[in-house]
Structure formats: structure tokens, C-alpha cells
Design a protein around this ligand. Structure first.
Ligand code: NDP
Ligand code: OXD
Length: 321
């Protein structure tokens, strides 16, 4: 094992070095972290590792020596389109307890906002109305989760404790306690047919791009206990067609939606979705990765590599997630 001090290049635009460098100084005494805007060209070329978020293509060209690229986020679509990824360097995505819990909180919150008629009560409050419309129980409502990975499975567990009926859809076959599992395109219709609240925690890949269309939304159950179909997306915006979601909300195909992600982000100020009926919009803020956790995660991966152990959560470049 060499005694050379290894370096991690931190290339996270929008952040500041004091969010990262002190964390690395503490967690990575055996190496050094370099902040991209302050890095000399030779430091970039010599970096052993890099942590990135939506890097400029020109940076990837200069990272020829890295042994792995760490994605700041769980999603890696910000890297997948690049033609000049460093050869032979796996992409390791971030998976962390805090991020997972936050996403589940967001999903549970959105399902409950729709179950418990939150928008109706908001409207009633502004009109000073004392009305009590019927509210079905969670156990009468089926949440259909698209994506049964790290985030989908955790959300399923937490939704189950509230009492929702659960079904899930993934690429490969799964068996999960308390979840009716479907997989692949051939089982998609059956999955949708008895779903009242469709929740997407899918990655954006060539196979999931523009998956959620008007035609898909038409196939959801609209005569269930909630009296309509709902759509919740905390995964990636490019897996849906924003205009179709807007149309479905306006023509009643959808009774409500919660959207954290959009085809174009930030959502343009004049986009009709801002004012669509019964929509909750959050600015890609459902879950995030605390920098201290990410640093510890990256250092753990580097140490695993040094001990000859495999990296965790390596992305399959062909599947794109
Ligand atoms: P995972 O890779 O653990 O899970 C992805 C799931 O999607 C898997 O169940 C996978 O199926 C399924 N899937 C992928 N492609 C298809 C397909 N073609 N058809 C059906 N199912 C498919 O990812 P995570 O759960 O960790 O994260 C999911 C996504 O959430 C991230 O990629 C990211 O884009 C997004 N995200 C959004 C955040 C936000 O703040 N809005 C924060 C963090 C993440 P299988 O199990 O068979 O492989
Ligand atoms: C992620 C995100 O992918 O924050 O982690 O979107």
C-alpha cells in the first residue's frame, strides 16, 4: 500500500468550500480535498477521486486519473449523458439514511395531504366555511410506487405504518412484505389499474424518459375511495410530460398532484402548472444529502477500495441508474 496522500477533487457548483473542506479535514486525515475553483490544473489532473454534481463537460476531460467518480446525489442522470466520462472509473452514487428518511417524509406528507383533503380545508379556511366532507381511511386507498429501490422501499415501509394499501412496480421482479409487486412493461397496466395515488421514485434513464403521459394517467383508478386519481413525483421530472400532468389536472383526469421535479428546472415562472388545480409544488427539495454525511460516505468508499473491497452503490452505465 502506497503512503502517498490521495486527493479528492470537490466539484459541486453552488456550494462553498467551507461546506466541504473542514468536513474532509476531519474525516480524511490520510488524504486531502481540493476545491475545484481553487484547484491548479495539475491538481485536477492528479486527483485520485472526484465528487461531482452536474459537472461541466470540460471538467470530465481533465479527470483522466480518477479511480471513481462520486455523485453528490442519489440520481446520476447529471452524468449519464456525458460522452467523456473518465475511462475505467466507476460511478458511485450517494445513498444515505438522512436522504432516504427525508424522501419518505416528503412522500408520506404528500399522500396524507391528498388523503386528508388538505387543499379543500385550505379553501374552506379562506372562505371561513365550516364543512366536513367525507374522508376515506388510508386502508381504503392504494398507493402505487413506481421504483422499489432504496427510496421506494423505505417509503413503502412508512406508508404501510399509516395503513395505506401498497403496490409497487420495478424493472426486475421483487417480493416485498405487504406490497403487491409488479415489474416490467408487461405488468405496468395491471399495476396502474388499481392505483389511486401514483408515486414515482424512478430514476431518469432512457427507459423511463417521458414515461408518465396523459395515456398513463388515464389508466389509474378514478372510482376508488378517494374519488379520483392522484400523482406524486419525487424522482425525476424527465420521467413525465409536464404539459400532460397540467392537462390531466385541468380536465379532471387527475384529482390532484404533488410535484418536486419537472422536465425543466427551475419550473419557469409562467408555467401553467403553478396554477393548476389541487397541485402541491416543491422546488426539487424533497430530499437532499447533508455534506457531512456525503464526506463520510466518500471516505468510507475510498477506504473500502484501499482494503480491496468493492464500492457500494455502483451505477450500471448501460441501465443508467
Ligand atoms: P434505486 O436505484 O435504488 O432504485 C430505482 C428503482 O427504479 C428500482 O426499483 C428500479 O428497478 C426502478 N426502475 C429503474 N428503471 C426502471 C424501469 N425502466 N421500469 C421500472 N422500474 C425501473 O434509486 P433510489 O431509490 O435511491 O433513487 C431513485 C431516484 O430518486 C434517483 O435516481 C433520483 O433521480 C431521485 N431522487 C430525487 C430526489 C429529490 O430530492 N427529488 C432526492 C434523491 C433522489 P429494479 O429494482 O428492478 O432495479
Ligand atoms: C438526488 C437529488 O439525486 O437530490 O440526490 O435529486
Amino acid at each position: 500500500m502506497s503512503d502517498r496522500r490521495e486527493t479528492v477533487l470537490v466539484a459541486v457548483g453552488g456550494d462553498s468550500p467551507d461546506q466541504w473542506l473542514p468536513e474532509f479535514a476531519q474525516a480524511f486525515p490520510e488524504g486531502d480535498a481540493v476545491w475545484l475553483p481553487d484547484a491548479a490544473p495539475e491538481q485536477i489532473a492528479a486527483a485520485d477521486w472526484a465528487i461531482v454534481w452536474s459537472p461541466e463537460a470540460s471538467l470530465l476531460d481533465r479527470l483522466k486519473g480518477v479511480r471513481a467518480l462520486f455523485s453528490l446525489g442519489a440520481g446520476v442522470d447529471h452524468l449519464m449523458g456525458a460522452k467523456n466520462l473518465p475511462e475505467g472509473a466507476p460511478i458511485v452514487r450517494y445513498v444515505g439514511r438522512d436522504l432516504t428518511h427525508r424522501m419518505s417524509e416528503w412522500v408520506v406528507l404528500q399522500c396524507l395531504l391528498h388523503l386528508r383533503l388538505f387543499r379543500t380545508y385550505e379553501r374552506q379556511q379562506s372562505a371561513r366555511q365550516w364543512l366536513r366532507p367525507h374522508q376515506p381511511g388510508a386502508e381504503e386507498v392504494t398507493v402505487g410506487l413506481m421504483g422499489l429501490g432504496v427510496l421506494g422501499q423505505d417509503a413503502a415501509k412508512k406508508l404501510a405504518t399509516i395503513g395505506f394499501r401498497l403496490r409497487g412496480w420495478s424493472r426486475t421482479e421483487k417480493a416485498l412484505d405487504g406490497v403487491d409487486c409488479f415489474h416490467g412493461p408487461e405488468q405496468y397496466d395491471a399495476f396502474l389499474a388499481e392505483t389511486d395515488i401514483l408515486v414515482s421514485l424512478l430514476p431518469h434513464t432512457p427507459a423511463t424518459e417521458r414515461l408518465v403521459t396523459l395515456d398513463v394517467l388515464k389508466r389509474l383508478r378514478r372510482d376508488g375511495a378517494l374519488g379520483g386519481a392522484f400523482y406524486v413525483n419525487g424522482g425525476r421530472g424527465k420521467t413525465q410530460i409536464d404539459a400532460d400532468i397540467d392537462m390531466a389536472l385541468r380536465n379532471g383526469l387527475l384529482a390532484g398532484a404533488s410535484l418536486d421535479v419537472f422536465e425543466t428546472e427551475p419550473l419557469p415562472r409562467d408555467h401553467p402548472l403553478w396554477t393548476a388545480p389541487n397541485v402541491f409544488i416543491t422546488p426539487h427539495a424533497a430530499a437532499w444529502s447533508p455534506r457531512s454525511d456525503v464526506v463520510r460516505y466518500v471516505v468510507r468508499q475510498i477506504r473500502r477500495h484501499r482494503l480491496g473491497e468493492p464500492f457500494e452503490n455502483v451505477v450500471d452505465p448501460v441501465l443508467g441508474y
